[in-house]
Design a protein around this ligand. Structure first.
Ligand SMILES: [Zn+2]
Length: 249
C-alpha cells in the first residue's frame, strides 16, 4: 500500500500536465500504479452508500460481500422490516437481549453490506438494530406494506444466485432470527433420550420454502413438525448444520 500523500502527489503532477511516464519516473512508481490512480480512478475512492449499491452504481458488480449479504437476507426475512415512508428508508432487525453476539453480528452485517452507521435501540427484551440508507430497498426488494406472512415473498434472480452460492450463510441468518438449536427429549420404552435439533418457525410459507430450499442445497434432511415449524433432527443433518449455523450466543 502506498501512502495517500503519494497518490495525491501523483495526481497533482498529472494535473500540471505531466504524462503518466514522467509522473511514474519522478515518484519512482510503476507505470501501472500511476495509471490506475490518475486514469482508472482519478478521484479518491468514496465509501458513500451510493457507491456500495450495485444496482445503482455501475462500478459495483454485486452486493459487497455476498456471504454477509446472504446472512443479512436471512436475518431480514426472519426478524426484519423496512420502513420506506420516512424520507430515508430504515432497515430494522430485532435481536433478542438474550443473544448479545447476535446483535454484534447483525450490526456488522449491515455495515459490511451497505451501512455507514448502525444504531442500536433498546426495547423491552430486545434491541432494534437499525440503519437508514437510501439504497436498502434496492438491496432488499422484498419490502412492502403489511406483514411478511400476508404477502408473497419472492427472491429475484440475483438474490437466488447469491443463496445458491452461499446457502449456509443464508441459513445462519434464518436460524439466528427465527430458529434455535435446542435439546429435544424423547422417551422410548420408558427410557429418556436427549438429542440436539434445530427448529425454524415462520408463518410465511414462502420464507419456509426458502429455508427448505437452502437446506436441500446442502443435502440436509428436514421435516415439518408443525405446519409453520421445521425440524432438523437427524444426527448427520444436525452435524452439517452445526458447521454452518451453530448455537446462538
Ligand atoms: Zn441503489
Amino acid at each position: 500500500m502506498h501512502p495517500p500523500q503519494m497518490r495525491a502527489r501523483a495526481r497533482a503532477l498529472r494535473a500540471r500536465g505531466h504524462n503518466i511516464h514522467s509522473v511514474a519516473r519522478a515518484l519512482s512508481l510503476p507505470y501501472s500504479t500511476v495509471w490506475h490512480w490518475c486514469v482508472d480512478r482519478p478521484k479518491p475512492a468514496k465509501f458513500g452508500t451510493e457507491l456500495r449499491c450495485f444496482r445503482c452504481s455501475p462500478n459495483v458488480g454485486n452486493p459487497t460481500d455476498p456471504e454477509t449479504y446472504a446472512y443479512l437476507l436471512g436475518l431480514y426475512l426472519g426478524d426484519g422490516h423496512m420502513v420506506t415512508t420516512d424520507r430515508v428508508p430504515v432497515l430494522r432487525i430485532y435481536c433478542s437481549d438474550a443473544w448479545p453476539n447476535l446483535i454484534d453480528a447483525c450490526d456488522g452485517a449491515m455495515r459490511a453490506v451497505l451501512a455507514n452507521k448502525v444504531q442500536r435501540i433498546q426495547k423491552q427484551g430486545c434491541v432494534a438494530v437499525q440503519s437508514t440508507g437510501k439504497h436498502w430497498p434496492c438491496l432488499l426488494p422484498q419490502h412492502g406494506p403489511g406483514k411478511k406472512h400476508e404477502r408473497p415473498i419472492v427472491l429475484v434472480d440475483w438474490q437466488r444466485a447469491i443463496i445458491e452460492g452461499h446457502p449456509g450463510h443464508f441459513l445462519r441468518g434464518l436460524f439466528h432470527s427465527d430458529g434455535c438449536r435446542s435439546a429435544n427429549r424423547v422417551t422410548v420404552r420408558g427410557k429418556e433420550y436427549v438429542y440436539p435439533r434445530y427448529l425454524f418457525s415462520n408463518r410465511s410459507s414462502d420464507i419456509m420454502s426458502l429455508c427448505q430450499w437452502a437446506l436441500d442445497l446442502l443435502d440436509i434432511s428436514w421435516r415439518m413438525n408443525l405446519p409453520w415449524s421445521l425440524s432438523v433432527a437427524r444426527r448427520d443433518a444436525v452435524a452439517t448444520l452445526d458447521r454452518h449455523v451453530g448455537p446462538k450466543s
